[in-house]
Design a protein around this ligand. Sequence first.
Ligand SMILES: Cc1ncc(COP(=O)(O)O)c(C=O)c1O
Length: 448
Amino acid sequence: MKNENVLYSVIEKEYPEVDHGEGMYIYDKNGKKYLDCAAGIGVVNIGHGVKEITARMAEQADKVCFVYGGTFTSAVRRNLARKIIDVAPEGMDKVFLCSGGSEAMESLMKIARQYQIEAGRSTKHKIIARWQSYHGNTIGTLALGGRPSWREKYEEYFPKNIMHIPPCNCYRCPYGLSEGTCRTQCAQELERVIKYEGADTVAAFVMEPVTGTTSAAVIPPAKYMKKVREICDRYNVLFCVDEVITGFGRTGKNFAVDHYGITPDLIGFAKGLGSGYVPIGGVIVSRKIVDTIAAGTGSLTHSFTFSGNPIACAGAEAVLDYINSNGLVEKSRSMGEVFLKKLEVLNKYPVVGDIRGLGLLLGVEFVRDKSTKEPLDFNFSAEISSYCFERGIMITGGVLGSADGVNGDALQIAPPFIITEEQIDTVVSMLESAIEFVMQKHGIEYKA
Ligand SMILES: Cc1ncc(COP(=O)(O)O)c(C=O)c1O
């Protein structure tokens, strides 16, 4: 047993100790430098060590570090909420704040339920979500998510009113159809389940507009999003999106739903807003929901001790200002295009099944056989990630199950928005060596 007291998730692993971060790089205590092509884990969108963020946090800390959000408001809390609404889709009205993605998605589930009760539809208590999704690691959000390997041990704890439909994944269409000619059966499945369950029992539908680590950057076609919005409207089901990873520029627009011109009813967010400088998350709530609750009981049956924490709000407001003044959402879009193009070189490998992405949320899916898309039965991307980490590049390996819930894995590439073309070249050439190394290790043939 290691002689220390931190309970790490891999209990006996020797983790390198971080010293500091600057721009695209992390430095450990031994002086080793890492190119952070993972933004931690889709978090540090503006890069490390930006002094104007920490200065604004310190300025707030000197004034007051904590007030309970149920007792006081603060200028930073108000300003932050206003700036979030300024970049949110038209029709979004108010922001509930908390400390991270799981809290955000738990809050979203509760607000959805409260809205339906206050709208006079109290029989609506079910939520429909999708397989191969991730919404957090609390009991409620694990039940909402569709990552079987992480759900397994806890299923006995799960609420029984959450059901799942297959995801929209054109590379692995659950119906064996192709995008150009299909009639979006995957969206129609939502309508089918609503009808089977009884429309009067379904409160909300929840999805990641572009997927995160469970399947790495799977992007739905516009017709899917449009149809899902229509179905939700038809049955008074709230259309809720999890933008915990995609929010605040990751996909090259402020929110992933902006690519589709769609206003959801609720948006969960976290990671990029604080950019790792502060732990913060929240829910953006549409006017219809705010007005209904305001005209009903008038108060949310929900709060956390750290909702609207002044230092978190000051840090997040500074991050938003920094993103705007440095044009970082546009950078995410343009560098994402460059990165995606450069990744195409990986297509020469028999194990690379799909390369995809939007903005700087990119994915590379690995397969045993390119033509049949049969997945590998081991976690190829996790081995790629370890190879790169040992050689000073951080990149996120996937979780097994991205193909069919059991097998398949995809690498998630989600660097800070400040990545340069030269750094992209370094990453791509490291990926080439990593793929060749892991293929050779597993006896997978490849002739250059
Ligand atoms: C899409 C999505 N939702 C929710 C979460 C949970 O966020 P957190 O780990 O901050 O609780 C994550 C985290 O990776 C995520 O990617």
